[in-house]
Design a protein around this ligand. Structure first.
Ligand code: ATP
Length: 410
């Protein structure tokens, strides 16, 4: 077989980053099984010492643990990535530098070398950094979700189901205590539902893969002061990237890009103390954007800001919506914000009582009131005019639209 034929054969069979990711996910599962079975074994041993279980039980748990360890140790010894590199090395070594395929072979060799280095890193990190694939375009699918904080306590979430497509901006509203934050805690895997399922891009969230599913999500919290970790804006954005083990040479570019998207590119060396609440919140958004999550949850992210800060953050959220790449879930008490959203999810006493477009939700003003919610400001103006006998086209989303509709009154 000629060298370039060998190369074309190699190109068909070579390992890729996807193979490494699959390996990483598998290794992570195996590693978690080792941890779980060890914990279970030690618990059973403790119970045995307290005469609460039998020696046979302890032996059985030990066997499960030994088997899990064996499977893990076998997995990390796979030679596939090393063989992949050896194969391309040997092809390159046999090639003449003038061979037209030589450059391509060198590139393949570089790729295989990087893949092997990354493989060693995956083993070192026990598969922790593998990421799940997106299996479909449904960013969040929640089915029959129920939750109560106490075993015999009331249902804080009661049979909640909805689907949010990739690129949608969903405002989640509801009076105090209606279950919004509990829902967000379930979505980020902090608490586990009593019943029901959560899927992100088709991946069912389980206790085993929660860390991986969470990689799809970024969250911006209410209090900008609690979110600053670095001593400068730049350090703060870098923090998450370091945790995610991003290559340090890629960081400056990612940091600048994220800061620019929120208009904070000229503040990279500034300290948090120098910033206003709105600016701090913009940095929090930049830190989230730098990690490139597909879904961003804004958990009352504007509620502690002054009107200018609120406006700035809401503008960024609208920009993100218009770019269309991110899916946005915004938990909010700001009823004016729902006009920016593509969908509104209304919670009331743990139940989802409406999930529709802003127009659909706004149409029934009494419905909103019965759920303990205010009308958006423009809706209030429309209603006040109506009371004076001046009926205008309803559903204005901007001040201009409202003024336009008022001007059309005959
Ligand atoms: N850690 C907890 N332990 C017990 N009950 C809790 C806990 N957290 C919240 N709850 C209760 O669960 C219910 C829903 O609370 P949740 O915080 O999800 O509502 P919310 O809609 O986010 O409210 P808010 O708008 O005030 O933040 C409330 O009755 C609340 O008292």
């Amino acid at each position: 077989m000629k060298e370039n034929e060998a190369l074309s054969q190699y190109s068909k069979e070579r390992l890729t980053k996807k193979d490494l990711n699959d390996f990483s996910i598998k290794l992570n599962d195996l590693n978690e099984k080792v941890d779980e079975s060890l914990e279970d074994y030690l618990d059973t041993k403790k119970q045995y010492n307290q005469k609460q279980t039998t020696k046979e039980q302890v032996k059985a748990k030990k066997e499960v643990y030994e088997k899990a360890k064996e499977r893990y140790n076998k997995a990390i010894k796979i030679k596939a990535f090393k063989n992949n590199l050896d194969n391309i090395n040997s092809i390159v070594n046999k090639m003449d530098e003038n061979d037209p395929s030589y450059q391509k072979a060198k590139e393949e060799e570089k790729y295989a070398q990087q893949l092997y280095n990354d493989f060693k890193e995956v083993v070192r990190s026990r598969g922790k950094y593998g990421s799940l694939e997106k299996l479909n375009d449904i960013a969040v699918e929640v089915k029959n979700l129920s939750f109560s904080y106490d075993e015999n306590g009331p249902l804080v979430l009661d049979d909640v189901s909805f689907k949010i497509n990739k690129g949608e901006y969903v405002a989640i509203v509801g009076h105090n205590g209606s279950g919004k934050s509990t829902l967000s805690k379930i979505l980020i895997g902090v608490i586990t539902p009593n019943h029901g399922t959560v899927k992100m891009f088709g991946n069912l969230m389980t206790p085993q893969n929660v860390e991986k599913v969470r990689q799809f999500i970024g969250i911006v919290f209410q209090n900008p002061d609690n979110q600053f970790i670095g001593s400068t804006v730049q350090d703060d954005i870098a923090f998450g990237l370091e945790n995610k083990r991003v290559d340090p040479k890629d960081m400056p570019g990612i940091i600048l890009d994220a800061a620019t998207r929120v208009g904070m590119q000229n503040y990279l060396d500034k300290e948090p103390l120098m910033l206003s609440g709105g600016q701090k919140q913009r940095v929090a958004i930049a830190s989230t954007l730098a990690l490139n999550p597909d879904i961003i949850i804004f958990d009352e992210a504007t509620s502690m800001l002054d009107p200018k800060g609120k406006r700035e953050i809401k503008e960024i959220m609208v920009d993100l919506k218009n770019e269309g790449h991110k899916t946005i879930l915004s938990i909010t008490h700001d009823m004016d914000e729902i006009l920016n959203a593509t969908k509104v999810l209304v919670m009331n006493q743990g139940k989802m009582i409406k999930f529709g477009t802003p127009d659909e939700v706004m149409k029934d003003k009494n419905f909103l009131r019965s759920a303990g919610l205010e009308l958006p400001f423009y809706g209030m103006v429309e209603e006040a005019l109506e009371k004076q006998g001046l009926t205008i086209k309803s559903g204005a989303k901007t001040l201009d639209e409202l003024v336009d509709n008022i001007c059309k009154i005959k």
